[in-house]
Each structure stands twice: as structure tokens, then as C-alpha cells.
Ligand binder design. Structure first.
Ligand code: NDP
Length: 248
């Protein structure tokens, strides 16, 4: 039997676009109250309004995950409004692909600080709440890039962060699973979102946005996240590798 999200509260990072926005909508449709986190306040507000007009419940909390104060404020705003955190979807990420030798240092730093350190710090901040509840679910977005077969030229640092997410989540799983806290690693292949449009290396961006690769939609990935968090409490979907059928 499916887990009812009626009384659940979910924080979704990177909710201003792509997989995060689709996941927030999907969880809200299942009855969860969703807390929307990302930097673009207007997008978050628009999504919150659209979820509310569909009968759901949402709270927009503009957050820069590279800022420790913002991370603390996000958890505090969630606790003030709802008093609990049942689901944390660590989805925010940037993919600033470029050859290492000529890579911009600030792009390197941004990928590590958002994809890895932001995810770790927000988990660190939210975990005590879940431990106190004796229940919780942490969903972390890695990528096919976090697996051996996904490593490719121009993706050294991005790949590092996505390998890191897998390592972090596997160790975390062992640390918290006895306390009733579930973890899920999600490893998508190509998903059509704005992620690829921010790639600074022209050739790589052109390749990824050429339309030659038939991608998944953000909703396809959101579907699988909602599936994982709505399994009965005794079922832990630890890892989900999801690719477009035609991606080798
Ligand atoms: P999008 O670019 O659509 O979404 C990325 C989200 O991250 C945005 O909402 C963005 O919001 C947010 N974000 C970026 N920087 C920060 C920051 N400093 N603080 C808070 N939020 C931030 O891409 P996707 O939906 O595709 O990506 C979602 C996740 O899925 C990422 O972790 C990505 O690596 C992963 N993934 C994506 C794949 C794909 O093919 N698309 C494949 C495999 C994994 P804002 O700019 O408003 O802050």
C-alpha cells in the first residue's frame, strides 16, 4: 500500500525550474506541503501560486545553497510554518562543463559548492529534525555522471560532485537507516531542462542541446521520486538509475 503524503512536509531544492519544479508539483499533487527553495524568488512564487490554485500547499523560500545562513533560514522557515520535515529532495545543481585546463575557477567552485557542499550542509541542518521525528526521507540527485559509464571529457568537476553525492548518500544511509530515515539516490541520464543551456564550453553545449539525444522530461524523473517516497515505510528504494530508452 502506498504511503499517504497528506500530512507530510517536503523541502525541494532547485524548485525554480526543471526536475525540482516538476517534483514539487508531483509531491504537492500527492498531498504534501512543499517548501520551494532556489535563488530565483519570482519563479518560486509563481510555482507556489500555481500549486495553491490547484488545491495544494506550498511555501516559497528564496535560498542560495552556497550561503550557510540561507540554509539555516530555509530549515527555520519550514519549521516555523509546518513544524516538521518528512522529505528532503536535494535536487539543486549546476553543470558548468568545460575542459579542466581552461576552466574558470569560479565555475569549479560553484559546482562543488552547490552540487556537493550545499547538499551536505542542508542535509546536516535538516537531519536532527528527522531524527527527532524518528522518520524521514532524503532524496539526493546524482546523475549517470556519478557512475563509471557516465564520466566524459569536459565533465571532470561535475562528475566529481555526482560521484560525491553517491558516496555521501551511501555512507549516510548506513548512519541513519536504523533511525527510520530512508535515503534514495537518483541517477538520471539526459533530461530536457535548462541545465544544459548554462554549459560554458560552446562545443559541449552545442552537442548537449542539439536535440539529437531524445531526453526524458523533468516529469519523468519527478514521477520516480514520488514513487520512491510513497513506498510503505518498510520499503527503501536506495538507488534509481533512469535514462531515456534510446540513450546508450
Ligand atoms: P535546472 O537547471 O532546470 O535546475 C537546477 C536548479 O538548481 C534550479 O532550480 C536552480 O535555481 C537551482 N540552483 C542552482 N544554483 C543554486 C544555488 N546556488 N542555490 C540554490 N539553488 C540553486 O536543471 P535540472 O532540473 O536538470 O537539474 C536538477 C538536478 O538534476 C541537478 O542536480 C542536476 O545535476 C541533476 N541532473 C540533471 C540531468 C539532466 O540531464 N538535466 C541529468 C542528471 C542529473 P536558481 O537558478 O533559481 O537558483
Amino acid at each position: 500500500e502506498q504511503k499517504d503524503l497528506g500530512d507530510s512536509v517536503a523541502i525541494v531544492t532547485g524548485a525554480s525550474s526543471g526536475i525540482g519544479a516538476a517534483t514539487a508539483e508531483s509531491l504537492a499533487a500527492e498531498g504534501a506541503s512543499v517548501v520551494l527553495a532556489a535563488r530565483r524568488a519570482d519563479e518560486l512564487e509563481a510555482l507556489a501560486n500555481s500549486i495553491k490554485s490547484d488545491g495544494g500547499d506550498a511555501l516559497a523560500v528564496p535560498t542560495d545553497l552556497t550561503d550557510d545562513g540561507d540554509i539555516e533560514a530555509l530549515v527555520e522557515a519550514t519549521m516555523d510554518e509546518y513544524g516538521r520535515i518528512d522529505i528532503l529532495v536535494n535536487n539543486a545543481g549546476v553543470m558548468l562543463l568545460e575542459p579542466l585546463a581552461t576552466a574558470d575557477r569560479s565555475n569549479i567552485r560553484q559546482m562543488v559548492e552547490v552540487n556537493l557542499l550545499g547538499l551536505i550542509n542542508l542535509t546536516h541542518e535538516a537531519l536532527p529534525v528527522m531524527q527527532e521525528q524518528g522518520e524521514g526521507h532524503i532524496v539526493n540527485l546524482s546523475s549517470v555522471s556519478g557512475r563509471e559509464e557516465g564520466a566524459m571529457a569536459t565533465s571532470t568537476v561535475y562528475t566529481t560532485t555526482k560521484y560525491g553525492v553517491i558516496g555521501f548518500t551511501k555512507a549516510l544511509h548506513d548512519e541513519v537507516t536504523n533511525a527510520g530515515i530512508r535515503t534514495t539516490i537518483v541517477e538520471p541520464g539526459y533530461v530536457e531542462t535548462e541545465l544544459q543551456s548554462h554549459v560554458p564550453h560552446d562545443e559541449t553545449r552545442a552537442f548537449l542541446t542539439s536535440g539529437e539525444i531524445p531526453g526524458l522530461s523533468a516529469e519523468d524523473v519527478a514521477d520516480n521520486i514520488t514513487h520512491a517516497v510513497t513506498r510503505p515505510q518498510h520499503v527503501s528504494v536506495n538507488e534509481v538509475l533512469i535514462q531515456p530508452t534510446q540513450q546508450p
